[in-house]
Design a protein around this ligand. Structure first.
Ligand SMILES: *Cc1c(COP(=O)(O)O)cnc(C)c1O
Length: 394
């Protein structure tokens, strides 16, 4: 009899309260079974249609379901028709895909600083960064809190620039009543496992400028007009333009449909945890230990993230270690792109990046996921408070 070998090396100990655990809505397995039963596993079957409809109802704009927010950003960069010599203004404090999508087209990311309160693009730094080569601005709605879109929109209008929203973290958030991702010509949303709702890997391109839709569909379908063919608008399909394989499979869409149907409930639970953290940790801010997230009055957020800004990098590292020793996963966030290997090679900076450098060294994110129990939330709060109680006593 053949014996199976066990694992040869020990996995790292599992944290009792991990930083993130993907949401579970309930119907994922049933819908995946239905997709298998139905026999349509590639893209653009009934689950893709249902997900697109649910998203369009939420956003009020047409969407194309894709396999990642990265894919949506890459499609956006193609639709912006940027190339060598063109500049695209964006924060340095973001995920690599924001910049990589435009670098793949040969354009130059111009990194500017973020505002101290929301950690979103500093609109005045954007205005200063505009040159005759600038083609687009890419606001990133950090933590699902909206950027100053009115100011960014007027800068874009003044200079004839495109606005591409990286709304990866922003589903169900809004700015002045407008859903994130629907204010630029294009918006990109993520359904990665780390986001509020997920299908493992997934995303959506929000196409707010109707004139871009035909080309967007072609880019998504390997450069062909297959989407028109499926709708019966042409009797054959062929190679029309640049493109790649950006669509999400029906298996992913089946999982995602279950999550989209429950997005309000899952977000409400996140908001309850976020509010509990804010209420229980408010005095840390009053006593000068840590700054809490800022949500401007004109923004409704989706509790994507709860972070603390500590006084120094050392203190941040000490808090992460303190929580880890108590079975709690807390993590820092972006390494600023302007200081990364590729960022230095492909991009440039405009103005000082002082806030970016400062904040990235001091920020720590606390566990936040829907199945976190009230007891676990209390445990995290107690552990954070104990860390600062020691500081005060010392
Ligand atoms: C998660 C994220 C992305 C990438 O999303 P994927 O779906 O993993 O490609 C891009 N930008 C930001 C700001 C993100 O948070």
């Amino acid at each position: 009899m053949a014996l199976r070998q066990g694992p040869t090396s020990e996995a790292p100990p599992r944290l009792e309260i991990p930083f993130n655990r993907a949401a579970r809505a309930g119907n994922e397995q049933a819908y995946i079974d239905a997709a298998i039963e139905g026999g349509h596993l590639s893209a653009d079957g009934p689950f893709t249609r249902d997900c697109s409809r649910l998203l369009e109802e939420m956003l009020g704009s047409p969407v194309l379901l894709v396999h990642s927010c990265t894919a949506a950003l890459e499609m956006a960069a193609l639709l912006c028709e940027v190339g060598p010599g063109d500049e695209v203004i964006m924060p340095s404090y973001t995920f690599v895909s924001t910049a990589n999508a435009f670098v793949l087209r040969g354009a130059t990311p111009v990194f500017v600083d973020i505002a101290e309160d929301t950690l979103n693009l500093d609109a005045e730094a954007v205005a200063t960064a505009v040159t005759s080569r600038t083609k687009a601005i890419v606001p990133v709605h950090y933590a699902g809190v909206g950027c100053d879109m009115d100011r960014l929109g007027s800068i874009a209008d003044e200079h004839g620039l495109l606005l591409v929203e990286d709304a990866a973290q922003g589903l169900l958030s809004s700015y002045r009543g407008r859903p994130l991702g629907t204010m630029g010509q294009l918006g990109a949303i993520s359904f990665h496992e780390t986001k509020n709702i997920t299908c493992g890997e997934g995303g959506a391109l929000v196409v707010n400028e109707p004139a871009l839709m035909d080309r967007a569909e072609i880019l998504r379908e390997k450069g062909t007009d297959r989407s028109r063919f499926f709708r019966g608008q042409t009797d054959k399909y062929t190679w029309m333009d640049l493109g790649s394989s950006h669509a999400l499979s029906e298996l992913g869409a089946a999982f995602l449909k279950a999550q989209l149907e429950e997005v309000e409930r899952l977000t409400a639970r996140r908001l309850a945890i976020w509010d509990a953290y804010r209420d229980a940790l408010a005095d840390l801010e009053r006593d000068g230990h840590a700054r809490l997230p800022v949500v401007p009055a004109d923004c409704i957020h989706n509790a994507h993230m709860f972070y603390l800004l500590l006084r120094s990098r050392d203190e941040r590292e000490a808090l992460i270690a303190h929580l880890r020793a108590r079975g709690i996963g807390a993590v820092f966030h972006y390494v600023p792109l302007h200081s990364s290997t590729a960022g230095r090679r492909f991009g440039r900076t405009s103005g000082t990046l002082a806030v970016t450098d400062d904040v990235s060294a001091r920020l720590v994110r606390l566990p936040l996921w829907p199945e976190l129990s009230d007891e676990q939330v209390t445990q995290v709060i107690a552990a954070v408070r104990a860390f600062f109680a020691d500081k005060t006593a010392a």
